[in-house]
Design a binder for this molecule. Structure first.
Ligand SMILES: *Cc1c(COP(=O)(O)O)cnc(C)c1O
Length: 392
C-alpha cells in the first residue's frame, strides 16, 4: 500500500439516509393537516407489527418511552430489582430508576459485547422482577438462554431492541412472537430513523392496551380521534399516563424508511465487507464475533484495539482518526462509570471488568447506508495507517 493521504473533507460518524420519498411523505403529512397522532401513525403500527411478526405495536416518541412503559405495565417499582447490561445507552437503566426500581448490572461476553446469561443468573435475588437485555450493536442477545432464566424465576423480559430492527435470532426477526415486550428506537442515527421515535411490540393484548393508554396521558383508547365526526369529546383518564405517543409527521418518515429497510441494510453490508477484509488478521485489532444463532443488523461497526500491542491509548487512537478526518464514536461508555451511578451505587470500574475493558478499547466506525464502499475503504486505510505507525 502506498502513502496514506488525508482527505480534505470531514467524514461524519453518522448521517441519515434521505431519499426524495421521505421529503414527499413529510410534505404530504404536513399538507394533510393531520399533524398529531392519526392515520399515518396507525398505519405505521400495523406495518411494523407485520414486518417483525408481532401481534401488537404501539408507536411512541422514543425507545426510552417504550422501555419505561414496559416496566410500568409490568408493575415494577420501589423495592424491585431489574437486571440489565452496563454496556448500553443511559436510558436502558435510567428507566429502571424512573419506576423507582434498582438496576442491577450483569457483565458481558467479551467476544460480542452482549449481556452474558451466566452473569444474569448470578445476579438474581428474591427481589429480581425483570431482565432488560440489549441487542447490542445489532447482534441478538441469547434469547433462549435468557428466556429460560426468566421462565425459571418468573421474570418479565423487556428487550432493548434500539439497534435491532433487522436483527434475527435463530432465523426470526427480533420482535417475532416476543415473550413480553420489545422496544425499538427510530432516533436519527438508528437503522430506521424518523428523527425521534420508537415503538413497543408485544403479543400480549393486555400489555398492548395498557401501553397504548399510558402513552397518551392515560386516556381511554381511541381518544386520538376525539375531534373527528365519529369521535367523542368525552374521555376518561384511566391512570396517570405520559405524553409519549408518536405523531403523523414522524410516522410519515418512519413508514418511508420501513419500506426502504432491506435496501438500506444491503448497502451497509457492502461497507461491512470492506471493513472485514481490511481488519482480518491484524493482531492489533479485535473484530466483533457474531454468534451462530444470530443475523447481525449491523447498526454499529464495533472495532476494538488491543491496547497492549499499541503505543497509543484508545483515546489517542480516536484523535488520530479525527486528524485523518474520520468521525467515530464509542458504544458505550460503561454506564457503571457515569457519575450518577457511581454516586448512587458506589461502583468502581473493576466491578464489571469485562464491560470496562470492552468499553475502554472500543471504537465505533462509520456505518450507515449512504457510506460508499470507497469511503469505507478510506476509513479502513486510516485505521491501518494508525496501526502501522503506533504498533509496538
Ligand atoms: C438509542 C438507544 C436507546 C434510546 O433510544 P431513544 O429512541 O433515543 O430513546 C436505548 N437503548 C439503546 C441501546 C440505544 O442505543
Amino acid at each position: 500500500m502506498g502513502e496514506f493521504k488525508i482527505r480534505d473533507s470531514w467524514m461524519p460518524f453518522c448521517v441519515p439516509d434521505i431519499s426524495e420519498a421521505e421529503a414527499e411523505a413529510v410534505g404530504s403529512a404536513v399538507r394533510s393537516g393531520w399533524w398529531a397522532k392519526g392515520p399515518r401513525t396507525m398505519e405505521f403500527e400495523k406495518r411494523f407489527a407485520e414486518y417483525v411478526g408481532a401481534k401488537y405495536c404501539v408507536a411512541v416518541n422514543s425507545a426510552t418511552a417504550a422501555l419505561h412503559l414496559a416496566l410500568v405495565t409490568a408493575d415494577i417499582g420501589p423495592g424491585d430489582e431489574v437486571i440489565t447490561t452496563p454496556l448500553t445507552f443511559a436510558s436502558t437503566a435510567n428507566t429502571i430508576l424512573h419506576v423507582g426500581a434498582t438496576p442491577v448490572f450483569a457483565d458481558i461476553d467479551m467476544d460480542t459485547g452482549l449481556i452474558d446469561p451466566k452473569e444474569i443468573e448470578k445476579k438474581i435475588t428474591a427481589k429480581t422482577r425483570a431482565v432488560v437485555p440489549v441487542h447490542y450493536s445489532g447482534l441478538a442477545a441469547d434469547l433462549d438462554a435468557i428466556g429460560a432464566i426468566c421462565d425459571a424465576h418468573g421474570l418479565f423480559l423487556s428487550e432493548d431492541a434500539a439497534h435491532a430492527v433487522e436483527t434475527r435470532y435463530k432465523g426470526k426477526l427480533i420482535g417475532h412472537h416476543p415473550r413480553n415486550t420489545v422496544s425499538y428506537s427510530f432516533y436519527a442515527t438508528k437503522n430506521l430513523a424518523c428523527g425521534e421515535g420508537g415503538a413497543l411490540v408485544t403479543d400480549d393484548e393486555e400489555i398492548a392496551k395498557r401501553v397504548r393508554v399510558l402513552s397518551c396521558h392515560g386516556m381511554s383508547a381511541s381518544s386520538w380521534n376525539r375531534y373527528g365526526k365519529e369521535g367523542s369529546w368525552r374521555y376518561d383518564i384511566e391512570e396517570p399516563g405520559y405524553k409519549y405517543n408518536m405523531f403523523d409527521i414522524q410516522a410519515a418518515l418512519a413508514l418511508t424508511q420501513l419500506a426502504r429497510i432491506e435496501d438500506m441494510q444491503r448497502r451497509r453490508f457492502e461497507a461491512v465487507r470492506v471493513y472485514e477484509e481490511a481488519f482480518a488478521d491484524v493482531p492489533e485489532l479485535i473484530v466483533q464475533k457474531t454468534p451462530d444463532y444470530c443475523h447481525h443488523s449491523r447498526h454499529l461497526y464495533v472495532l476494538r484495539i488491543a491496547p497492549e500491542r499499541l503505543t497509543i491509548s484508545r483515546d489517542q487512537f480516536i484523535e488520530e482518526l479525527k486528524a485523518r478526518n474520520v468521525g467515530v464514536s464509542v458504544h458505550f461508555i460503561s454506564l457503571h462509570t457515569m457519575s450518577t451511578y457511581v454516586k448512587r451505587f458506589g461502583y468502581r470500574p473493576e466491578d464489571f471488568p469485562k464491560t470496562y475493558a470492552f468499553s475502554e478499547s472500543e471504537i465505533s466506525l462509520p456505518m450507515y447506508s449512504t457510506l460508499s464502499v470507497a469511503d469505507a475503504g478510506y476509513v479502513a486505510d486510516a485505521v491501518l495507517d494508525i496501526v502501522r505507525k503506533y504498533r509496538k
